[in-house]
Write a protein that binds this ligand. Structure first.
Ligand SMILES: *Cc1c(COP(=O)(O)O)cnc(C)c1O
Length: 399
């Protein structure tokens, strides 16, 4: 029933109901953790049947147990895709998705504002395999001129890592479609809750489920969701290469997904409140947050997303890394730590500068903030003290 009406259902409802079968698993609300390598069969015919129906039957642990399938089904349904597959991390999901469509001698188009490790995968991993990469401007919606006969995919990430450029995904999808190649999107910030990738023309959506989907800073997990056209090629590659993930981690990610709406509503509202407060502070040059009306990508964000995540960056009126250290090292609530999407607030100095090929960052020092579920006033007080510490540093105005 849910399968048919999923398209019209609200994301809050889907987050609760997608991937659930109330009559299976002894009536438990959550699909239990099915741990398995071997699946035993009463006869060869049932084994054959399971192998011939790999998306609906289970035949061996690597292809997923009911726990893994439930997570895959829930995310695919929420995002409007055909099917999803898991990988052991977000980065593993990214490499699997790219390598499913690009082979030695091929070429791919990669957005310049991409997540740093994806960029290193391109520059060090793909180049070793003889796959060439052209970076395109995230603000360019028609990079069609960069497409060559051997171009096999366009890769997008919106908003971009650290600098939050919003991409025109439907325009990119049109370019990819006319070239007969898939558009891949890293939708970790958008999440299946705030960005319906497949309604905007994306062919392959990738999630660091480590972030908002799992949501509690205790799981490494990736997901790749595909539409019907490109799913078989993706699946073939991921099965060939033995991609899988632990049912325990999938269980935790699915439990996280059930509350993604409540968490994101509270965290997004707090993040916007804090971003607006930061805009008023004398130590702040700008705030990079797609939901702020003055931000460059605001109109596209408003057109395509149903909400904003609680991750953004603030540009300080200093070039001094030491002043930034003075700020981030003295926080009482914001912990210094990589990753984001958990229930707790994090602070991380961002250095997009040297990596960017097309739009090197030339502004002040950037600090990335992830806003958790704490009371926003408490977070503001922590940040206010941090800004004072930064400005009091002797290098604030001199470096
Ligand atoms: C963290 C992150 C990833 C990678 O996820 P991991 O699970 O940490 O490997 C991918 N894309 C973006 C945008 C990220 O921030």
């Amino acid at each position: 029933m849910l399968e048919k009406s999923g398209e019209s259902m609200h994301a809050d409802t889907l987050a609760v109901h997608a991937g659930r079968n109330p009559t299976a698993h002894g009536g438990t609300v959550n699909v239990p953790v099915w741990r398995a390598s071997t699946i035993c069969f009463p006869d060869m015919a049932s084994l054959q049947h399971a192998r011939q129906n790999p998306d609906t039957e289970i035949s061996y642990g690597i292809y997923g147990t009911p726990t893994v399938r439930a997570l895959q089904d829930a995310v695919a349904q929420m995002e409007g895709g055909h099917r999803a597959l898991v990988a052991s991390s977000g980065l593993a999901a990214i490499s699997a998705a790219i390598l499913a469509f690009a082979s030695p001698g091929d070429h791919i188009l990669m957005v310049d504002s991409v997540y740093g490790p994806t960029r290193r995968l391109c520059d060090q991993g793909l180049s070793r395999l003889g796959i060439s990469v052209t970076y395109y401007d995230p603000l360019e919606s028609e990079p069609g001129g960069l497409i060559r006969p051997e171009t096999k995919l366009i890769y997008a990430e919106s908003p971009g890592s650290q600098t939050f450029e919003v991409q025109d995904i439907p325009a990119l999808a049109a370019v990819a479609r006319s070239a007969g190649i898939p558009l891949l999107l890293d939708n970790s910030w958008g999440t299946p809750y705030h960005f319906a990738s497949f309604r905007h023309g994306v062919d392959i959506s990738i999630h660091a489920a480590t972030k908002y989907i799992a949501g509690h800073s205790d799981v490494m997990l990736g997901l790749v969701v595909a539409n019907e056209r490109w799913y078989p090629q993706l699946r073939e590659h991921m099965v060939l290469h033995g991609m899988c993930a632990s049912p325990d981690d999938c269980y935790l990610a699915l439990r996280g997904l059930r509350t993604i709406g409540a968490r994101l509503k509270q965290q997004s509202a707090a993040a916007l409140h804090i971003a607006q407060w930061l805009q008023q502070q004398p130590q702040v040059a700008s705030v990079l947050h797609p939901a702020l009306p003055g931000f460059a990508g605001h109109a596209l964000w408003k057109r395509d997303f149903t909400g904003a995540a609680s991750l953004f960056a603030v540009e300080l009126r200093t070039q001094s890394e030491a002043a930034v250290r003075a700020m981030v090292e003295g926080m009482s609530l914001f912990a210094i730590g990589a990753s984001w999407g958990g229930f707790e607030s994090l602070v991380f100095p961002a250095y997009p500068g040297p990596e960017r090929a097309l739009r090197p960052w030339t502004g002040g020092q950037l600090v990335r903030l992830h806003i958790g579920l704490e009371e926003p006033g408490d977070l503001v007080a922590d940040l206010a003290a941090g800004l004072v510490r930064a400005q009091a540093h002797p290098d604030w105005a001199t470096v």
